[in-house]
Design a protein around this ligand. Structure first.
Ligand SMILES: Nc1ncnc2c1ncn2[C@@H]1O[C@H](COP(=O)(O)OP(=O)(O)OP(=O)(O)O)[C@@H](O)[C@H]1O
Ligand SMILES: [Mg+2]
Length: 238
């Protein structure tokens, strides 16, 4: 494994009941890169995310986060190791204010001064949230709630931020906004991001490297330019 590799997945297999789902999936995410995993509905994208989080068991193969083998580590240990995820399932606490939602994301930060610094950084990066700190999260628009979910993950300065279809169900203008945030986190904060998407064109526009998954198998991998030239870019949405 090269010293530039943050996450390395080698030949993992998973199943649901008797049905194999991920079939020999291998991939790498390099430090400081945005890496996308593109695939249609049911291709196995969220299963891959769950395997990375330890929410789906691997029958074989390995998952390493830098020099640590996390293949069998419990989810909480992976989070403590610096993996954060944003997905449709992440949700928000609708009856709590935006500010409380953000603080809950930062429950691991015990130092009050550090917490306040991080909150200030978040307000800078997500001005839309700063204007609504005392508003209940459930009264925000879908796009604004997505921003809470992203901010809540980012406040922990993760080593690896995994985003499972962050743009799903959002209006086009908010989709733009989400991808701008991805780009900014990567460029300004050097955050390493794995972006799991059906929206291939949008995802690739902010990615250095990408994989295409189909029926639980990686069928193509390449850098931004190679993917751009590939047949997979003929349809913007997979
Ligand atoms: N808990 C489960 N039990 C049985 N089958 C499952 C389970 N979770 C997912 N599947 C099946 O596994 C396949 C892959 O699901 P997965 O959620 O990984 O797809 P996806 O690529 O994330 O799709 P989408 O773009 O719709 O989110 C689907 O056919 C799905 O029905
Ligand atoms: Mg999914």
């Amino acid at each position: 494994m090269s010293e530039n590799t943050l996450l390395s997945i080698q030949n993992i297999h998973t199943h649901y009941g008797r049905i194999p789902m991920l079939i020999g999936v291998s991939l790498e995410v390099r430090k400081g890169n945005v890496c996308c995993v593109l695939g249609a509905n049911g291709a196995g994208k969220s299963t891959l995310v769950k395997a990375m989080l330890g929410m789906v068991n691997c029958d074989s193969g390995s998952i390493r986060l830098e020099d640590e083998d996390i293949t069998n580590a419990p989810t909480h240990k992976r989070i403590a190791n610096g993996i954060q995820v944003v997905s449709a399932a992440t949700g928000t606490f609708p009856k709590m204010t935006v500010q409380t939602n953000l603080r809950l994301g930062a429950y691991n930060i015990k130092d009050v001064k550090l917490l306040n610094e991080r909150l200030e950084e978040i307000y800078e990066s997500f001005p839309v949230l700063k204007d609504r700190l005392q508003q209940k999260a459930g009264t925000l628009s879908g796009g604004e709630r997505t921003m809470i979910a992203i901010a809540r993950a980012v406040i922990n300065k993760p080593r690896l931020l995994i985003m499972d279809e962050p743009s799903l169900g959002l209006a086009p203008i908010m989709v733009e906004e989400v991808f701008k945030v991805v780009k900014r986190l990567n460029q300004k904060e050097n955050m390493t991001i794995m972006l799991v998407e059906q929206n291939a064109i949008k995802a690739l526009s902010v990615s250095h490297f990408g994989y295409v998954i189909q029926k639980g198998q990686i069928i193509f991998e390449g850098d931004h330019d190679a993917l751009m030239r590939s047949e997979f870019m003929e349809n913007p949405i997979m």
